[in-house]
Design a protein around this ligand. Structure first.
Ligand SMILES: Nc1ncnc2c1ncn2[C@@H]1O[C@H](COP(=O)(O)OP(=O)(O)OP(=O)(O)O)[C@@H](O)[C@H]1O
Ligand SMILES: [Mg+2]
Length: 266
């Protein structure tokens, strides 16, 4: 299963939630890949990947040391640095797009790496407003799906507590649905919602009534309200030491149960 973590704006907790979820799945015995598509390679730097990401390595004609793994409980978390080299991303993607040889090389390197990593889940940590039909996403997704056709995709949408952000998240889902239609074999089964950094005492029933309506309508397979955590804020330690968050534990159980239940807010 692929789990893209997505949001309308930056700095809302996608990378943090990607790690927390990967960790919970690994602690339940799963082998998980995190595909790091953060512009700054936040997770890759936490786990000590110093080389360029795969995109920049292909453009520069270098081999890439952009993978590492960490054992957690009975499981494993593999990290692949795919993006992560800062402002050069857009020009790198344009170079790859206009050069068939580089496109082929990227596809080959990525496919080779995937073949070497046994896994049951891939969590994709994205930049803000990432769209499925962007060239980097398109190449990644089509390579993955040619290797593992039929893989399902379950989105994790991250929003803050404001109505404005939540409403834009709903619009973003429509754009994602449109983009996914352009990808052969894309098999998106739905989305979870995470409202991140809720302050103490924040009550979604009062402050964000639309959330209840949308969950009841079946827009989300589940919604999770993550509290603001002093221990998570600007976390810069080892990912093993990242604190566990109850709602992400529940989300991980939900993912593992092959979720079909609707109307859940935790
Ligand atoms: N629940 C939380 N409580 C407190 N701090 C948090 C929480 N979630 C995330 N943070 C903090 O918020 C900041 C932004 O988080 P993160 O880097 O995960 O966001 P992002 O959406 O991946 O950002 P970008 O779009 O720039 O990649 C970090 O300093 C992180 O430690
Ligand atoms: Mg990030």
């Amino acid at each position: 299963m692929r789990i893209p973590v997505l949001s309308v704006k930056g700095g809302i907790g996608k990378s943090t939630i990607s790690v927390l979820l990967a960790k919970e799945l690994a602690l339940r015995g799963e082998k998980v890949i995190i595909l790091d598509r953060d512009q700054l390679g936040f997770i890759s730097s936490l786990v000590g990947i110093e080389s360029k990401g795969m995109i920049a390595s292909v453009v520069d004609g270098e081999s890439c040391e952009c993978h590492t793994h960490i054992k957690m409980g009975k499981g494993q978390v593999h990290i692949i640095k795919f993006y992560g080299d800062g402002p050069r991303l857009e020009s790198d993607l344009n170079i790859i797009k206009s050069d068939e040889k580089l496109t082929r090389e990227l596809t080959e390197s990525y496919t080779l790496m995937l073949k070497s990593i046994e896994h049951s889940y891939m969590i994709l940590d994205n930049p803000a407003l990432s769209l499925p039909n962007e060239i980097g996403n398109m190449l990644e997704t089509t390579s993955y799906l040619s290797l593992y056709p039929g893989t399902r995709s379950l989105r994790v949408m991250v929003s803050d507590i404001t109505t404005h952000h939540f409403e834009n998240t709903l619009k973003y889902i429509e754009a994602l649905n449109l983009g996914s239609r352009e990808i052969p074999l894309a098999n998106v089964v739905g989305q979870f919602l995470v409202i991140n950094m809720a302050p103490p005492g924040w009550n979604y029933r009062v402050e964000l009534p639309n959330l209840v309506t949308e969950v009841k309508r079946g827009k989300f397979l589940g919604a999770y309200i993550l509290p603001f955590s002093d221990d998570l804020f600007q976390f810069s330690g080892q990912i093993d030491d990242m604190p566990r968050i109850k709602q992400v534990e529940i989300l991980a159980n939900h993912v593992l149960k092959d979720i079909t239940t609707k109307d859940v807010i935790e």
